[in-house]
Design a protein around this ligand. Sequence first.
Ligand code: SF4
Ligand code: SF4
Length: 265
Amino acid sequence: MVSVNIDKDPHFRRIIVNEDKCTKCQLCIPSCPSAAFSDLNIFSYEADLCFGCSNCLEYCPYDALDFENWSASNPLELNRLFLLGASAFEIHLGANLEALENFYLKLDLNSVKLESFSIGSEKMTDLELAESAIFIAKMTREQPNFEDRLIIIQCDGIPQSGARLPNNTDKDLKSIHNADLVLKALKKNNLLLPNIFVQIAGGIDDKSLAKAHALGVEIHGIAIGSWLRKKILELNAEEAKHLCKKIINQSKTNAENYRNLAVQK
Ligand code: SF4
Ligand code: SF4
């Protein structure tokens, strides 16, 4: 799976510290869940540890922190990765559907088995979200051999929320709400096709799938990031290896089940 960025997605940015403004007051240090800031001898910042959550911004009283956004991905580079064996991609997009189409139509989809589209940035309105899902379904449907590929529409909620709102146990409600909108929009337009699946991401934990179903939102799957990373860090190496193997096997079974479901639908 190759992740690519079409617009300004929080997964594709990191903090830069403006050295001219930074007083090394260290107030930002406790705000970072990945310990990108440290005070070993002197205040320092390790950019490779930043995953773009934005927690730290409000902690700096000197306006010394800002985001550096990575440039959008190049479809030709993605095609090269397909030649090297990549068979799945996930596109993070904003509300710029023209940019999505320009990118997507340059892809060579012959060897692609799975396409995932992440929508639902905090800046998108409900209407934009529904329009994006409909656009994705129509755009993918028009490509040759559409039925041979699995299409995931991932409804993001609060990005990287495992690191934010620590005491809020309902961090996944935003992504569940977004998935509800998307499912309704696809159904209404007869676009919930056999090989199109809807999943949620952002604030997800081990209860989220059941919670969505209890709310009547029939999502097909979940993407767990921050919550699981934290859990794995609590384990020793052997336990972590065991859990990862279990997750991989379960994911393979789920994927196989969905593949069969798509064939039967
Ligand atoms: S708090 Fe978040 S945005 Fe700020 S440096 Fe840490 S990971 Fe990056
Ligand atoms: S809070 Fe701002 S000024 Fe203080 S150390 Fe962090 S970046 Fe520098």
